[in-house]
Structures are given as structure tokens and as C-alpha cells.
Design a binder for this molecule. Structure first.
Ligand code: UDP
Length: 235
């Protein structure tokens, strides 16, 4: 297969069809904009499986995604989209940088979900950007931005109860989007690499913070999320 694009944790390959691509999840794990790196056995297949479950679930609940179908381990077939050059972060519970910025208590639940936008540009360190700048700099129109915001909140509203069944708090997460013929689709991945998940019983992280903070047990925690999700979607 011909490589179309190689990111920090995934590769995108061309297929025989112009409008379809293969998304391949690698075992690479990076943090702090690529400054911290590792290769972890089985990480790719676990994040791929989790993403497939989330996308499948979201599709069933009316969210358009680029996901088409599962392929072999670590891979799925997806629609080729024109990617939106923004990363959208949702925060339900305070942790990380926002705690320091506003002097909040870690674990505080926000009265409503917080939306934050970042420019997808590693050379600029993915800088934050507000909606008026997004419009003024021509990254997206007001109409598209409204659609992106609405879809992001819908995804949050759908994921929270699913994760609740798994006894997991959805602390925060990042989404990416794409367009096909003017239609907005959810793209990229949703996994413990892109979300913060807290175990409701122990309060422990089941996500990439284990790697960021050198706590170990990363793939084991990701597998635990997968196990709980498999059970939850069957119920
Ligand atoms: N995130 C991500 N990719 C990024 C930046 C953030 O997947 O390039 C996810 C991250 O895993 C977390 C959420 O988005 O679940 C918020 O991340 P951020 O780096 O903004 O967290 P902070 O350390 O600022 O709280």
C-alpha cells in the first residue's frame, strides 16, 4: 500500500478507491508535542479497537464519522476527508494546564463542557486559538465552526453515558474533523491516547497520563478500557 501520510501514532495509506484510505495504528506513543517517545507492544491494536467501538457507537447514534469498516488488527478503512486544521478539546473535569491557569482544584466538575480550539501545526506547537481568530484568520467560517461546536458537544453527550456504564469519568478529550462535499464528519481517533479517562472507583488514570507521568502500566490500562467498553456496548 502506498503511504499517504505518517503522523505521530498513525499512518494513512491509499487504497484502490480514490475516496477511501486505510488508517493504521502504530505502537508509537508520544507526549509533549513529540518530545517524549516510546514504542509499546500491542498499543496500536488496542487504540484501534477502542476507536472502532467509539466510532461504531457514535454512528449508531447519528454522528457521521469517517469510519467505514474494520480491517486486520491495527487498521480500519475510512473515508478520505479534507481535514479541518483545528483540534477541538472538550473538558468536563478540571485537570492539567487549566488547573494551573485558573488556580482550580483538580477534579472540579465544570458547570458546562468547555470547548477549546488549537491550530493543527506541530511546527507552532499546536497553539490555542479563539473562535474570533479562527474566523478572522480564515481557518473556518462561522457556519462551519458552529457545526463543529455542535457536533463536538453531541459526541461528548453520547460518550459520557457510555463511559459511565464502564465506571469511567470522561475528563477531557480531543477531536478532529473533516469535510466531504461540504458535509462534516468526525475523523482521526478516540482512544486513551486522545482522552483522559478516570476510573470512578479508584480515581486512577486509564489513559496517556500514565505515560506522561512515567507511571507505567500504560497498555494494561488501555486494555482495561477496551474490556469495559466491549461489555458496555453489548448491554
Ligand atoms: N489531546 C490530544 N492531542 C493533542 C492535545 C491534546 O489528544 O495534541 C487530548 C489530551 O489527551 C487530553 C485533552 O486533549 O485528553 C486535553 O489535552 P491538553 O494537552 O490540552 O491538556 P492539558 O495538559 O492542557 O490539560
Amino acid at each position: 500500500m502506498e503511504l499517504l501520510y505518517s503522523g505521530k501514532a498513525k499512518d494513512i495509506y491509499k487504497t484502490e478507491k480514490e475516496n477511501e484510505v486505510v488508517v493504521h495504528f502504530r505502537n508509537s506513543l508520544t507526549a509533549f508535542n513529540g518530545k517524549k517517545k516510546a514504542e509499546l507492544d500491542e498499543k496500536g491494536e488496542v487504540t484501534c479497537e477502542i476507536t472502532k467501538i467509539f466510532f461504531d457507537y457514535l454512528e449508531k447514534h447519528g454522528v457521521l464519522t469517517h469510519y467505514i469498516k474494520a480491517l486486520e488488527e491495527c487498521q480500519f478503512l475510512a473515508l478520505k476527508v479534507k481535514i479541518v486544521l483545528l483540534e477541538v478539546v472538550v473538558r468536563n473535569i478540571a485537570t492539567g494546564s487549566i488547573v494551573k491557569r485558573y488556580g482550580l482544584k483538580k477534579g472540579m466538575k465544570f458547570k458546562e463542557p468547555l470547548l477549546e480550539y488549537f491550530i493543527k501545526d506541530d511546527s507552532l506547537n499546536d497553539p490555542p486559538i479563539c473562535t474570533s481568530h479562527i474566523r478572522a484568520l480564515g481557518f473556518e467560517t462561522e457556519e462551519n465552526l458552529n457545526k463543529i461546536g455542535e457536533l463536538t458537544l453531541k459526541v461528548n453527550d453520547l460518550l459520557k453515558p457510555l463511559l459511565e456504564k464502564c465506571k469511567i469519568d470522561l475528563v477531557d478529550f480531543k477531536l478532529e474533523f473533516g469535510f466531504i462535499d461540504g458535509k462534516l464528519l468526525l475523523a482521526d481517533e478516540i482512544s486513551p491516547d486522545t482522552c483522559r479517562f478516570w476510573d470512578q472507583d479508584t480515581g486512577k488514570s486509564l489513559d496517556k497520563d500514565l505515560f506522561r507521568e512515567e507511571e507505567g502500566g500504560v497498555v494494561e490500562a488501555y486494555k482495561e478500557v477496551l474490556k469495559r467498553l466491549r461489555t458496555a456496548v453489548q448491554e
